[in-house]
Ligand binder design. Structure first.
Ligand SMILES: *[C@@H]1O[C@H](CO)[C@@H](O)[C@H](O)[C@H]1NC(C)=O
Ligand SMILES: *[C@@H]1O[C@H](CO)[C@@H](O)[C@H](O)[C@H]1NC(C)=O
Ligand SMILES: *[C@@H]1O[C@H](CO)[C@@H](O)[C@H](O)[C@H]1NC(C)=O
Ligand SMILES: *[C@@H]1O[C@H](CO)[C@@H](O)[C@H](O)[C@H]1NC(C)=O
Ligand SMILES: *[C@@H]1O[C@H](CO)[C@@H](O)[C@H](O)[C@H]1NC(C)=O
Ligand SMILES: *[C@@H]1O[C@H](CO)[C@@H](O)[C@H](O)[C@H]1NC(C)=O
Length: 195
């Protein structure tokens, strides 16, 4: 009995590629490699190693023969960075109480070439490095989504709303509109980092 319980607990842990309790979730691993650090789900990465966008690649022998989008979110932004207490309940929930999200990267038109994802257009939101203002560890989640033929990103992505690395528009970012348009993530991965 104990062996069984332990085995299923380990299997569940090994399968989760998104933080427990986060939305949306995925059990399929996305390869994420910075020049000096390959991301293992939930494992801390030195902030010095995540300053430039990572290489994204397929794992698990899954055939990625379509076109894809890559998004990265911080799930630990203090609500107080974004709004006042009266509006906390309107924010897209982060991982912990009174936290919300921030968009760190949104690139589209990715296809697999020579074993990794390569883009054919500029990012909708350029990659920005983790640099939490509160000097605590934040959780950064990377998602791979399908980009069906004819998919048109939301107006606020097309008009450059998210382009600036420092824009407040990147706070309180919801993946719900993406999921509604293209379905749940195809694969994911996540890491912790501080500054
Ligand atoms: C990788 O690590 C080496 C040795 O610590 C360092 O010199 C280099 O700047 C690092 N490169 C990046 C991109 O983090
Ligand atoms: C969240 O923020 C509200 C409003 O400031 C506060 O009343 C509440 O105690 C906070 N909850 C936690 C768990 O920090
Ligand atoms: C946060 O985003 C949600 C969902 O998009 C929106 O309804 C809400 O008004 C936003 N809250 C703030 C304070 O911007
Ligand atoms: C894909 O590329 C086309 C042509 O450059 C562009 O209009 C479209 O917005 C891009 N889609 C995404 C999701 O980046
Ligand atoms: C891919 O995205 C990067 C970063 O946004 C950009 O510099 C590069 O020009 C893009 N590649 C193409 C072919 O558009
Ligand atoms: C973040 O987590 C790492 C690894 O557990 C730890 O070494 C580091 O001290 C933590 N940083 C902060 C600011 O708590």
């Amino acid at each position: 009995m104990h062996y069984l319980t332990l085995a299923s607990a380990l299997a569940a842990t090994a399968l989760a590629q998104t933080p427990a309790g986060s939305y949306p979730s995925s059990n399929k691993n996305l390869g994420v490699a910075y020049p000096n650090a390959t991301v293992t789900p939930g494992v801390w990465v030195n902030p010095d190693y995540v300053t430039t966008q990572p290489t994204i690649y397929p794992t698990h022998y899954h055939l990625y023969d379509g076109t894809y989008m890559i998004l990265m979110l911080d799930l630990n932004i203090p609500d107080s960075d974004v709004t006042t207490a009266a509006y906390y309940n309107t924010l897209v929930p982060g991982l912990a109480a009174n936290t919300t999200t921030r968009l760190h990267w949104w690139g589209g038109n990715y296809t697999v070439q020579n074993g990794h994802f390569v883009n054919a257009s500029d990012a909708l939101a350029e990659y920005t490095a983790p640099r939490p203002r509160d000097a605590t560890n934040h959780t950064y989640t990377l998602y791979l989504f399908d980009q069906p033929e004819g998919y048109v990103p939301p107006e606020e992505a097309l008009d450059g709303t998210y382009y600036s690395e420092t824009t407040d528009a990147r706070f309180n970012f919801t993946l719900e509109t993406v999921v509604k348009a293209v379905g749940g993530p195809v694969a994911a991965n996540y890491f912790l980092s501080d500054a």
